[in-house]
Design a protein around this ligand. Structure first.
Ligand code: AMP
Length: 280
């Protein structure tokens, strides 16, 4: 596996791959890699001649400077994991390579999609995400790019980004990878205290509870019930939403023609965790 760090490195690699007529699968990450990231790599290696993973903690998508400072950085371990993952290259750019004109997010217009859930509680987050992803697409020129359903709203934002900006890349969603106890894998999980590590799997338990309860109750009954159940945990609920999977609009009535999904964000002490589950 080759390690690429600057503009020259990535440009040479991409131009060589393109010269060979090979396809590029791309997995953008912020590092602190775990089996969830590796499942994206696995799907990419099956579908492409070359798979490249980027590791870049993007400052412009953090609306909380403490969160950015404490974000786990484990470059050596990441490289070791990737060596065994089947990835062909890892791109670990510095700030200047990603932000040649200064470290700021461009303004995008994602309409309704950017003002709810993660967009509401993390102002500016999706502008930062779209800025870094569009720059990475420009540098890596992938045929396909892989995004986890763990960050479902981000997946929808990126799909909208490539549509409106006409970026010629296929966005491939990958299902959420969970720990044995149901907790969605996340780079942030290593920061959980032992007590909160025991508490956090309740997120998934309550998502499953929501799915079961909705079968015999209305959407608003289900929302109220699940919010109550979260109050009985030591997790601090930021939002619990039931939305349609396509547009992520809040749903108030059950509608068999719509695919529904439950979305949740909690604080486990000061660690923010998100998860979601398809309901029908
Ligand atoms: P991150 O490093 O957290 O920015 O994540 C990089 C990519 O990995 C994103 O597309 C995430 O949605 C995806 N990802 C993170 N955790 C998981 C997981 N548990 N299952 C599937 N994909 C994940």
């Amino acid at each position: 596996m080759i390690i690429l760090r600057n503009l020259q490195d990535i440009q040479n690699w991409v131009s060589n791959v393109k010269k060979q007529g090979e396809t590029i699968g791309f997995v953008p990450t912020m590092g602190a890699l775990h089996a969830g990231h590796l499942s994206l790599v696995g799907v990419s290696t099956n579908e492409n001649d070359q798979t490249i993973v980027s590791v870049f903690v993007n400052p412009t998508q953090f609306n909380n400077s403490e969160d950015l400072k404490k974000y786990p950085r484990t470059e050596e371990a990441d490289i070791e994991l990737l060596k065994d993952s089947g990835a062909d290259a890892v791109f670990i750019p510095d700030i200047a390579t990603i932000y040649p004109e200064g470290q700021f997010a461009k303004k995008f217009n994602f309409g309704e999609l950017e003002n709810k859930m993660e967009g509401e509680f993390r102002p500016g987050h999706f502008d930062g995400v779209a800025t870094v992803v569009s720059r990475l697409f420009e540098l890596v020129q992938p045929d396909r790019a892989y995004f986890g359903e763990k960050d479902f709203q981000q997946l929808r934002i990126i799909q909208q980004l490539v549509r409106t900006e006409k970026i010629p890349v296929q966005i491939v969603p990958v299902p959420i990878k969970r720990e044995m106890d149901g907790l969605a894998m996340s780079s942030r999980n290593v920061r959980l205290s032992p007590q909160m590590r025991v508490e956090a799997p309740k997120i998934y338990t309550l998502l499953q509870e929501a799915k079961a309860y909705l079968e015999t109750h209305t959407v608003s009954e289900t929302k109220n019930y699940i919010e109550q159940l979260f109050e009985q945990t030591n997790l601090n609920l930021e939002y619990f939403e039931i939305a349609d999977e396509d547009q992520l609009n809040s749903v108030y009535e059950k509608d068999a023609s719509k695919k529904l999904r439950a979305f949740v964000a909690v604080f486990a002490d000061e660690i923010r965790l998100i998860d979601n589950l398809a309901l029908n």
